[in-house]
Ligand binder design. Structure first.
Ligand code: PRP
Length: 160
């Protein structure tokens, strides 16, 4: 998906932290004993969930599916060899097309997949999430952005 001509959903660090804590609240009674963070985007919510759920056993699965803003072939750069997935919580920041989630569910069928944001195409593959996002909307996460000046609306208007 190209970033041009799409609606943008900007997320601040504070909003991301709040949503991740809400995700933790929804997972609190799940009895998870380990977390698998889907790098890179899942690393941030995985840290917050590990703290909130008091889980100290974590691993990563490193998957690359985008080159800049174009979705490319999905490639597992580093796997995870955990065999017992009955109390496994897999954490990612978002599910978009669901291609990453399919790979995760294939290897860890009993695990719970949790994301902060979910778009319609990938939503059926996620077990627990917090916020619905339209498919065509690009989610701008705080580690990809910075605060910057914006002109007042009156100055942005096109005058006849
Ligand atoms: O549902 P999908 O279409 O598979 O997309 C979801 C994946 O895309 C993002 O990762 P990305 O490939 O951008 O890598 P990054 O987290 O390392 O930036 C996100 O963190 C998910 O892992």
């Amino acid at each position: 998906m190209s970033m041009t001509n799409h609606k943008m959903f900007y997320v601040s660090w504070e909003a991301f932290h709040r949503a991740s804590r809400e995700l933790a609240a929804r997972l609190l009674t799940g009895g998870y004993d380990r977390i698998l963070a889907v790098s890179r985007g899942g690393l941030v919510p995985a840290t917050i969930l590990a703290r909130e759920l008091n889980i100290r056993l974590l691993d990563t699965i490193c998957i690359a599916s985008y080159q800049h803003d174009q979705q490319g072939a999905l490639s597992v750069l580093k796997g995870c060899d955990w065999v017992d997935d009955s109390k496994l919580l897999i954490v990612d920041d978002l599910v978009d097309t669901g291609e990453t989630a399919k790979v995760l569910k294939q290897q860890f069928p009993k695990a719970t997949l949790a994301t902060v944001y979910a778009k319609p195409l990938g939503k059926p593959l996620v077990d627990v999430y917090v916020t619905d996002i339209e498919q065509a909307t690009w989610i701008q996460l705080p580690w990809d952005t910075e605060l910057s000046y914006t002109a007042p609306l009156a100055e942005q208007q096109q005058l006849p």
